[in-house]
Design a protein around this ligand. Structure first.
Ligand code: ZN
Ligand code: ZN
Length: 408
């Protein structure tokens, strides 16, 4: 028995006047998701716990049965693992944005969402060392990159330099305690950021950008410090051969740190422009060799952050089109399908909320409930009731007949 686990990032939403009082998921025409709902079991889920707004990283840990309160040290390590850096326990990892600094002010936090040649920019920053600390850099999608500090006497209790809004000076790196480790980490970050700024200012790539009227990627915003934690190995924990089909670095990072195999395809961008057909074709292929296929779609969350309810509904329809190949009438082998969000990203919030997310599980012989469509309010009436994210893996393992008896 195989499991296809589809996470639609930030899919949960609230009613919108623009959508006749429906949520994007309710408004979207989704015949395939609705078939899965009709033939399956639905419910709602507090991914961390009621009233807690999840980040995507903590949410994914919880959904994979890993306690984020115990293992989560910050986003940096997952971003670094996601862009393929070989991180080691004890490294301090950060997420990085290429940004634009003009006259001491951050005028664009994403350097115009730079897409081209960030690989070469990152190459120019390689090989730096300060106070015996190695600075390792790798580029991610668009303006994103990641960096790790490797060496003795480092701390992850440091605040980054990202002012979070444009039109401000970058923040000064700050140690959050009085430890010598914190002070040293801040010194290394300062030295690295300043030297990187000098190099990027001189870069031919940025000169060419400016000639074309594009903003230069001449500054690094560094945040999300985290010491690399040792996570349980998902495959060993559950006895499932696992693979991740995703575009976004963070999701590949979570998967890699849990020991899953990762599919790298440039068509999977981790954005609204991702190639959904290739994504779900790949997932389909992977089911031949893997027993657990984690498929992540990020665009739903992006459109929630943009406050674009219509766009979110349209994007959900595009996802739905790709799901027909998994319907029980088309898919010949035994398959359990789970679909859920990792959190809600209501268009009216333009950010994550603590609203529970819809969840559904379909298998050949699961106990069906009366729910006829996949939507927030339909799922409120489902047979799973209201569950916690950390319980989902157990429920899925039960569908796979892999749960051992507790007691005699
Ligand atoms: Zn998310
Ligand atoms: Zn988000």
């Amino acid at each position: 028995m195989k499991l296809l686990f589809i996470i639609l990032d930030g899919v949960g939403d609230r009613p919108s006047l623009e959508l006749d009082g429906k949520t994007p998921l309710e408004y979207a025409n989704t015949p395939n998701l609705d078939v899965l709902a009709k033939q399956g079991l639905t419910g709602i889920m507090d991914v961390i716990s009621p009233g807690v707004t999840p980040g995507s990283d903590t949410a994914h840990l919880a959904l994979f049965g890993v306690d984020p309160f115990k293992y989560y040290t910050g986003r940096g390590p997952f971003e670094a693992a996601g862009v393929g850096l070989q991180i080691k326990e004890g490294d301090v990892a950060f997420r990085v944005n290429f940004a634009t600094l003009e006259n001491g002010i951050i005028t664009d936090r994403r350097a115009g969402r730079i897409k081209e040649r960030t690989y070469d920019l990152v190459e120019s920053l390689k090989g730096m060392e300060f106070e015996g600390v190695e600075v390792i850099v790798a580029d991610g999608t668009e303006h994103r990159a990641a960096t790790i500090l490797r060496g003795e006497g480092l701390s992850d209790k440091v605040k980054g330099n990202d002012p979070k809004i444009e039109g401000k000076e970058p923040y000064a790196f700050k140690a959050l305690d009085n430890s010598p480790e914190g002070q040293k980490t801040v010194r290394v970050l300062n030295a690295f950021t300043n030297k990187a700024h000098d190099i990027l200012q001189q870069s031919e790539i940025n000169k060419e950008r400016e000639e074309k009227g594009l903003v230069p990627a001449n500054y690094l915003l560094i945040r999300g410090a985290g010491k690399v934690p040792k996570l349980p190995n998902f495959e060993k924990e559950y006895g499932l051969k696992t693979v991740c089909v995703a575009g976004g670095g963070l999701y590949k990072g979570v998967a890699r740190m849990l020991g899953m195999d990762i599919i790298e395809k440039h068509e999977l961008t981790g954005g609204v422009d991702t190639n959904l057909q290739i994504k779900f074709e790949t997932a389909y292929e992977m089911l031949k060799n893997y027993s657990f296929v984690f498929t992540h779609v990020k665009g739903t969350d992006n459109l929630g952050h943009d406050g674009d309810a219509k766009g979110k509904a349209e994007f959900i329809e595009k996802i739905d089109k790709e799901l027909s190949r998994f319907l029980p009438e088309n898919y010949k082998d035994k398959l359990v399908i789970a679909v859920c969000g990792d959190h809600s990203t209501p268009c009216s919030f333009k950010d994550h909320s603590a609203d529970p997310v819809p969840v559904m599980i379909t298998s050949s012989d699961c106990l069906k409930d009366e729910v006829q469509s996949f939507g927030e309010r339909a799922c409120y009436k489902g047979g799973l009731g209201r569950i916690l994210g950390k319980n989902l893996m157990g429920i899925l393992l039960n569908e796979l007949r892999l749960v051992e008896k507790f007691g005699a």
